[in-house]
Design a protein around this ligand. Sequence first.
Ligand code: NAI
Length: 303
Amino acid sequence: RALSTSAAHFNSIKTVTVIGSGLMGSGIAQVAAASGHKVIVVDKTQDIINKAESSIKKSLERIVKKKFPDDTKVGKQKYLTDVLENLSLSTDALAAVKSSDLVIEAIVENLDVKKELFSALDKAAPEKTLFASNTSSIPIKEIATATQRKDRFGGLHFFNPVPLMKLLEVIRIPETTDATYKSLEAFGKALGKTTVQCKDTPGFIVNRLLVPYMAEAIRLVERGDASPRDVDTAMKLGAGYPMGPFELLDYVGLDTTKFIIDGWSKKEPDNPLFQPSQMLNKLVKENKLGMKSGEGFYKYDKK
Ligand code: NAI
């Protein structure tokens, strides 16, 4: 009786609660609604939620123009209405999860805050409800300890911008059952994503390779071996990458990359791939965070 019957069975995800309506949460909610799921998006205040709704609408309008270039205005409007009908907004996470097959958490990257949220959700959600975190840098197993449903817990790691990026990393902790994993994977495929499976290790697959690569690019520049511009040109034309490492750093945000490196280096201080970078720390201190602040390794016109 320890294992609930619902945990042993494949859970076909139809209703989803997305908690956190920022950059990632609003993207996840949008693709889930656009693929026919009933979605409730939750954030702390009505004001934040309203902003998320208007950014989802704008994003959908861009997609509709590309997706149905020949369609009539009426056809386009119907698509928008259908997707928005699948979407509702709330500031009450505990009420929202009562009717959900799956909860995806995309709130602030802070272990204590995530644990507090999941502990409360665990008590409010039905037994069948699966839990997932979109965290980039916190071990899923540490978040899952806040709940009594580690067997129904996993990671769903999306990429920014969610509507455009095809990949979804589906993360298993040792307790994640096959049924839970299969349900999460099937949900990812239903969103139109290509899924890959990874254990709960720092950075999963993409960031584990990408972050040390970007840090090594910074070290190359710190030594004075080449300029950021030439490194970017080299990696685009010589390695076939769509963006160079410095363009990518500016796009991702220097503070975000620093946060990830700092977290890893604290956990594995002897790992040479996880060493903090002085140049990165200096730029972040000067509030040169990349595109979003108008300057990082390059300068940008502020919006
Ligand atoms: P964000 O700062 O844009 O959005 C976070 C949202 O969560 C905010 O709207 C905030 O009001 C809300 N929030 C915070 N605490 C809350 C709570 N207790 N209850 C309800 N809402 C709450 O952050 P972003 O970039 O969307 O990141 C969210 C998560 O996604 C983080 O765990 C991050 O590691 C992960 N992630 C981020 C990626 C990125 O490129 N930014 C990529 C993949 C994962």
